[in-house]
Design a protein around this ligand. Structure first.
Ligand code: S3P
Length: 185
């Protein structure tokens, strides 16, 4: 398979903080034998700082530029000889049109759409999300859901309402759907 074709066979998980992108991504990676790439973790490793520290020291705008730079790298330069990856994105990646276009070129984009109460429960103890730190999480997540839903909807090839599903069921569903999606290529 040529590099350009390989590049279009990633599975990309999008959605709000707490929707399960990382846990489902790891499960999918095991299930399908595809490498796993967590964009937030790659950025933290590149910069040598946690996401909250990047937000604090350099600001959100800088973090957003790092996200776009990583996506450009994945599309144009990355060595995908180990196979196309499962990509877990940061929840705000869809805010830039360029990012959304790249994500759709990289492969099959799946929006894990999870209702607010479930997001709140899943983000309750985490302190690694600068947008939620010391804030009214219900108000913030509620607003983000409302603002970003159209962006997720526009970017996703598949929207999966996964609030009531366990991780394995979500991963199986996405794996099956990806077979259908890629069979059209
Ligand atoms: C963000 C989500 C985070 C991380 C950063 C900003 C957002 O990723 O990229 O804190 O804007 O929603 P997760 O969605 O993996 O928590």
């Amino acid at each position: 398979m040529t590099a350009s074709l390989t590049r279009r066979r990633a599975i990309i998980l999008i959605g709000l903080m707490g929707c399960g992108k990382t846990t489902v991504g790891r499960e999918l990676s095991k299930m399908l034998g595809m490498p796993f790439l967590d964009m937030d973790a790659v950025i933290e490793e590149q910069i040598g700082k946690s996401i909250p520290a990047i937000f604090r020291d350099e600001g959100e705008g800088h973090f957003r530029a790092l996200e776009t730079a990583l996506l450009r790298y994945l599309l144009h330069e990355a060595d995908w000889s180990n196979g196309a990856p499962i990509i877990s994105t940061g929840g705000g990646v869809v805010l830039k049109e360029e990012n959304c276009a790249i994500l759709r070129q990289l492969g099959f984009c799946v929006w894990l759409n999870v209702e607010l109460d479930v997001l709140l429960a899943r983000t309750a103890r985490a302190n690694n999300r600068p947008l939620l730190l010391n804030k009214d999480r219900r108000a913030i997540l509620g607003n983000l859901l409302e603002q970003r839903a159209p962006f997720y909807a526009r970017t996703a090839h598949l929207r999966l309402n996964s609030s009531q599903m366990d991780i394995r069921s979500v991963a199986s569903y996405v794996a099956n759907a990806s077979r259908g999606f890629f069979s059209k290529y």
